[in-house]
Write a protein that binds this ligand. Structure first.
Ligand SMILES: Nc1ncnc2c1ncn2[C@@H]1O[C@H](COP(=O)(O)OP(=O)(O)OP(=O)(O)O)[C@@H](O)[C@H]1O
Length: 471
């Protein structure tokens, strides 16, 4: 149960060892007779017995007393409800000890499950305090909405996001279309993800500081303002297409992916991934079975090889054991990581690690793949190769890719959206965006003139709609 309160493995070791020492000391105390004798209050015995090592120590000491010499009959199953003659001051029988052990097992187990659900995980995600009162949690149909922040922070309603209306015509058209579909409850067969007014606001954080004026110092609690990272996204992501999300640093691309993959809970709106809502814990559990994720920062273990990573993730994704080895080997050979199959990931270069993360995202044939800046740190040849893998992977699934590279978006993206400050600024195909916002190309041509006049006709023939400046 205590493990639910600890997030770091180093703290867990320290706390685990401390519990062992405390348990050893209290067991020693229990063997001296405290508090299992008539001279101590029943209340002390009850409190003492909630710590399982104490009551277990009492059981051992009673059994020890019953079998001290070879003539002793011990405690047979039929006599567990009676005190033995060796314990004149008997206040607890072996039967009662059994009941206590069973009761404390279930008590601590239920508390562990409860606290595991309501205490925020590393991403600050948790279930509501009374989540078990929601019938959907037990029936598995709707599930409760996941929350964010500490269980003691009564956040209330988050501040409203102002200025969510789109400024671009294409973004507005997309928003109107998705709103109409959402209002009518229409499910377009070709849509993999329907994002309906997705809002993400990071809650305020509190930091403890110290401010000193002359010789007088005082503690100060600083509160940061809530931050609107995503300010109401409305869009459809089609099956069999790659949707590319471009934008400057801090635009909200990773936050959008984190919301769609359940890493962080959404603040407002909703998104349906193959019909399952990201706002519900049950919906999210179903979504996790459908998706593959290549996060912005590699989550790999230095001590494992590429092959072992792929086998591990294939296992987690529930592939049949007979297929795991062949799927991992195929994935490695497709990913041109064959030479590094049995090399530990600690010895991989940055580009190879990204390459392996992409292969992990695609393992298990997910229906929706999120690739967050997959080609960061790759040389041009490896990048080209990964583009080919991504292009092949489009068939039969939807892919969401974030990048800073216009070239990557142009080559891979079937639809491209540009985000800035948490809002979509434009959306469309590469050709559409180029024709709307592109400044064209500047091409310098040297002419050899015969009579002082440059021959511009061939240029006009090759470059349609050209604007020519002759120097
Ligand atoms: N846990 C957090 N708490 C508070 N603010 C956050 C948190 N995570 C992200 N932000 C803020 O949200 C904004 C969007 O961040 P996000 O990581 O989504 O941007 P991004 O578009 O993916 O940027 P990059 O291209 O650098 O990866 C940033 O201003 C960031 O500071």
């Amino acid at each position: 149960m205590i493990s639910t309160l600890i997030s770091k493995s180093t703290s867990a070791t320290t706390v685990g060892f401390s519990i062992f020492i405390i348990g050893f000391l209290t067991q020693l105390v229990a063997t001296t007779g405290f508090p299992y004798s008539s001279s101590h209050k029943k209340l002390y015995r009850t409190i003492w017995s909630f710590f399982p090592p104490n009551i277990f120590a009492k059981a051992i000491s009673s059994l020890d007393a019953a079998t001290l010499v070879t003539e002793e009959p011990g405690v047979s199953w039929s006599k567990i409800s009676r005190c033995t003659s060796d314990e004149p001051d008997c206040v607890i029988t072996i039967e009662t000890i059994y009941k206590w052990l069973i009761l404390t097992f279930f008590l601590w187990f239920i508390l562990a499950v409860y606290f595991d659900n309501i205490i925020p995980n590393v991403n600050g995600v948790r279930k509501p305090v009374l989540y078990f009162l929601n019938p959907g949690y037990w029936t598995g149909r709707s599930g409760s909405k996941v929350k964010e922040g500490s269980i003691f922070s009564f956040i209330g309603s988050p501040p409203q996001v102002k200025d969510t209306s789109p400024t671009d015509k294409d973004v507005l058209d997309e928003e109107i279309m998705v709103k109409q579909q959402a209002e009518k409850g229409m499910t377009d067969e070709g849509v993999a993800v329907q994002v309906c007014g997705l809002i993400k606001t990071y809650p305020s954080t509190y930091t403890l500081g110290c401010s000193c004026v002359c010789c007088c110092c005082c503690l100060k609690v600083k509160r940061t303002a809530p931050y609107h990272a995503v300010k109401g996204l409305w869009l459809n992501l089609a099956k069999g297409q790659l949707f590319c999300l471009l934008g400057p640093n801090g635009a909200g691309k990773t936050t959008t992916i984190s919301c769609l993959t359940g890493i962080t809970p959404i603040t407002g709106g909703d998104a349906l991934v193959y019909g399952h809502s990201v706002a519900s814990s049950v919906g999210m559990a179903k979504i996790r079975r459908l998706i593959g994720v290549c996060p912005q920062f590699d989550i790999l273990w230095d001590a494992l090889t590429g092959q072992e990573h792929l086998e591990l993730f294939a296992n987690i994704k529930g592939l049949p054991p007979s297929e795991i080895k062949s799927v991992a080997a195929k994935s490695l050979s497709e990913g041109k990581l064959k030479t590094a199959t049995n090399v530990r990931v600690g010895n991989y270069s940055g580009g190879m690690k990204r390459h392996l993360s992409v292969a992990i995202a695609l393992i298990g044939d997910p229906r929706l793949v999120f690739l967050d800046e997959p080609t960061t740190g790759m040389d041009p040849i490896t990048r080209r190769h990964v583009w080919e893998i991504i292009e092949d992977a489009k068939k039969g699934r939807a892919i969401v890719l974030t990048t800073h590279s216009m070239e990557e978006a142009d080559i891979l993206g079937d639809r491209i959206a540009i985000m800035a400050k948490g809002k979509l600024r434009c959306i469309g195909t590469s050709i559409h965006l180029k024709s709307r916002f592109g400044a064209g190309y500047v091409c310098n041509i040297n002419f050899s003139t015969t009579n002082g006049e440059p021959q511009t006709e061939p240029v006009k023939f090759f470059f349609y709609n050209v604007c020519m400046y002759i120097y």
